[in-house]
Write a protein that binds this ligand. Sequence first.
Ligand code: GLV
Length: 328
Amino acid sequence: MSKPKVLVARAIFPETIERLAQHFEVESNQADEAWSKAGLIERLQGKAGVFTTGSERIDAELLDACPDLKICANMAVGYNNFDTDAMTARGVLGTNAPDVLTETTADFGFALLMATARRIAESEHFLRAGRWQKWAYDMFSGSDIHGSTLGIIGMGRIGQGIARRGAHGFGMKVIYHNRSRLDAALEAECKASYVGKEELLKTADHVVLVVPYTPASHHTIGAAEIALMKPTATLINIARGGIVDDAALALALKERRIAAAGLDVFEGEPKVHPDLLTVPNVVLTPHIASATVPTRKAMADLAVDNLVGYLVKGQPLTPVNPAVLAKN
Ligand code: GLV
């Protein structure tokens, strides 16, 4: 029997391709060419599955043009590149890569918070530019992490990981806001108290965003929300571009209405709002929160397991629109 065909839309570990090749006829983009939507559609003809990375938009137009497609396996926990309604309506399964990146991403959220609050990037640029002539009592004074109030918006697995690090490692007071409140045992484990969004913004010294991107979470933080924050506060976005109004944030940073921001994700990335590039009090990283080799390998493995699980064994591991399975 011939093997099902799958497409790998971006360059990936050679061992990931090898694993796929044990089960599928694989076409891959190891040259990491930028494919247009038409190019992606063309390559998807006859393919039962696609390995995506979060950059490929899977929408009704693409699905209608790719009638053989049965599963899109995202190597990302977020899946806002999927139009899940359109996929479900056409019986196409989507899968994501949760859990395997939780601790690595929480580590990064904390690293970005510390770099931002303690002005690590800004002071490093100063030093590299040869501008360090003498010690000064007020040189690059930042804000404390230990003992401060950490406000987390979005208390899923990654938010909880950040809460644990803050509460247990740094003695922070942790407050959080989420669509639904955690159960009491989980709140106790994270040492986190539930508050309204407005209270969180007003009282937190550091605000970390970890909400998934949906139309409802678009611009969770805009000018009005920034206006509620303390002038000494820091804002960290490791969630998705579009959760923050980047133009409003750049202006607030420029006018020092908050102290600093750390951003790993951007509206319209890989483009970055030009005003963010010119303000000094922001730490900018290119969407690398899950980027350690073991974690990226685990994410790729999970995407492979989902493709094999569904196309070979009929049982995916982490479906995002399980209604498709119920229909089968
Ligand atoms: C990264 O942003 C992911 O969603 O995994």
